[in-house]
Design a protein around this ligand. Structure first.
Ligand code: SDX
Length: 418
């Protein structure tokens, strides 16, 4: 394969370097295109545009492969904990025993949130969407930890702020839930592991091992996903040298949308609507296919995966295990499985390579764990935060980091006069 490509534009021919990744992906380097030709590229939704070089996560959408720092997601779910995977995506290697102990202790130390942030959470109406409160609480942390407001953090400051963020969001998420339930907030219990402490702060009880393990796996499955909408948002905001609190808060905001992380809530609402409608999902599949109908099959389709989302496979298998262990019967699981089977055998979905994604089954498990539907996307954020932090850290540490500022093709009016 040649290391460059020729581009002919009228009389001009330029050479574009070809960049090849370690997993065989290839890109045309167009960094000098405008300077040399006056042309820019146009790519609606940026599905054909690489925004960065990264060592964190690799996805092969055609083969349904997801790896973090070279480890497959299946291997990590089986052999690692969420904190180990968090350490891996952020630091590039799995922690030694002593590194994990130090990381865990720093997260526990960072789990107590400022009283002022509790006041902000409690100032929201009880029925406010948890994602809005979570985003507000996250950016509010910037007022309580001013020592971390610049982006030129020392290595020691990064070592402090990263576990602090993981600890704070865990407690914020539980506090947001308690507020929505009209209950008092519960302080972190440092005798518990990360997930057990989250569940303890949610319910006031120490969870059983099965529940904690199930949630730990779910958080691993959400840890990072290369340049998805929210991770790209974190990078864009961070590229202006905004602080980590602001960058993560913006990631939470981007994740909220039903086309992205908000889909897990939308899937449960869709399954519940199908159940209320008598369980006939065929009607909903026809609606999803109807171009005149804005309805989409939530939890189906993906910009990158044109085969099964490997995370959906793990979660689907886990549904049966968790519901069985918790002795929970959920008719929505049967509806989901029937919906999936029927959709996958339908030409419309097959032709467009639309498969279940990470959000299609995750809500079934969250529901079985007693987590309310409007908290599902907060759970996604809790899982994704290590990935956002890893992407932000990789960006600020990259040589030649520049502010993200895309161009456009103007199509508006040209010669107006007052
Ligand atoms: C996440 O990017 C990531 O990595 C995200 C994520 C992560 O971990 O960060 O994986 C998490 O966000 C998963 C996706 C969650 N969203 C949903 O489940 C919402 C439902 N899915 C879609 O809205 C859609 O599939 C997207 C948003 C996920 C992807 O949209 P694209 O890539 O822009 O695809 P598209 O809209 O161009 O669709 C291509 C075709 C269109 O039909 P035609 O115009 O070609 O006839 O497929 C159709 C679409 O209408 N289509 C769907 C559909 N998804 C796509 N039709 C019905 N139901 C759907 N769900």
């Amino acid at each position: 394969m040649s290391k460059s490509a020729k581009l002919e534009l009228g009389e001009k021919t330029i050479e574009l370097d070809i960049i090849e990744g370690t997993e065989g992906e290839r890109a045309l380097d167009i960094s000098k295109l405008r300077a040399e030709t006056g042309f820019i590229t146009y790519d609606n939704g940026l599905g054909n545009t690489g925004a960065c070089l990264s060592n964190i996560t690799f996805i092969d959408g055609e083969k349904g492969i997801l790896k973090h720092r070279g480890y497959t997601i299946e291997n990590l779910c089986e052999k690692s904990s969420f904190l180990e995977v968090s350490y891996l995506v952020v630091n590039g290697k799995l922690p030694s025993t002593s590194e994990l102990e130090e990381f865990t202790a720093a997260i526990q130390k960072g789990s107590k949130i400022p009283e002022g942030v509790k006041t902000i959470i409690k100032s929201f109406p009880k029925d406010a969407h948890p994602m809005g409160i979570t985003s507000a609480a996250m950016v509010a942390l910037s007022g309580f930890y001013p020592e971390y407001l610049n982006q030129d953090l020392s290595d020691q400051q990064k070592k402090e702020i990263i576990p602090l963020m993981l600890g704070q969001l865990k407690t914020i998420a539980a506090a947001v839930y308690r507020h929505g339930q009209g209950k008092d907030l519960i302080e972190p219990n440092n005798n518990l592991d990360y997930v057990s402490d989250f569940l303890y702060m949610m319910t006031g009880n120490e969870p059983n091992k099965e529940v904690a393990k199930a949630l730990d796996v779910l958080l691993i499955l959400h840890a990072d996903h290369e340049q998805n909408c929210s991770a790209s948002t974190v990078r864009v905001v961070g590229s202006s040298k905004a602080n980590l609190f602001a960058s993560i808060s913006s990631g939470i905001d981007a994740l909220w949308g039903p086309l992205h992380g908000g889909a897990n809530q939308a899937v449960l609402e869709m399954l519940s609507e199908i159940q209320k409608d008598g369980g006939g999902y065929e009607k909903f599949i026809e609606k999803a296919k109807d171009k005149e109908d804005p309805f989409r099959l939530m939890g189906f389709g993906h910009r990158v995966y044109k085969n099964f989302d490997p995370r959906a496979k793990v979660i689907k298998a886990y549904c049966d295990v968790v519901l069985d262990k918790l002795n929970v019967e959920d008719p929505l699981l049967d509806i989901a499985k029937g919906l999936e089977k029927t959709a996958l055998s339908d030409e419309y979905f097959a032709k467009r390579k639309l498969f279940p994604n990470v959000d299609f089954y995750s809500g079934i498990i969250y529901k079985a764990l007693g987590i309310p539907t409007n908290m599902f996307t907060v759970m996604f954020a809790l899982g994704r935060q290590p990935g956002w932090i890893a992407q932000w850290k990789e960006m600020i540490e990259a040589d030649g980091m520049r502010i993200t500022r895309p161009r456009q093709i103007y199509q508006g009016k040209t010669d107006e006069k007052l």
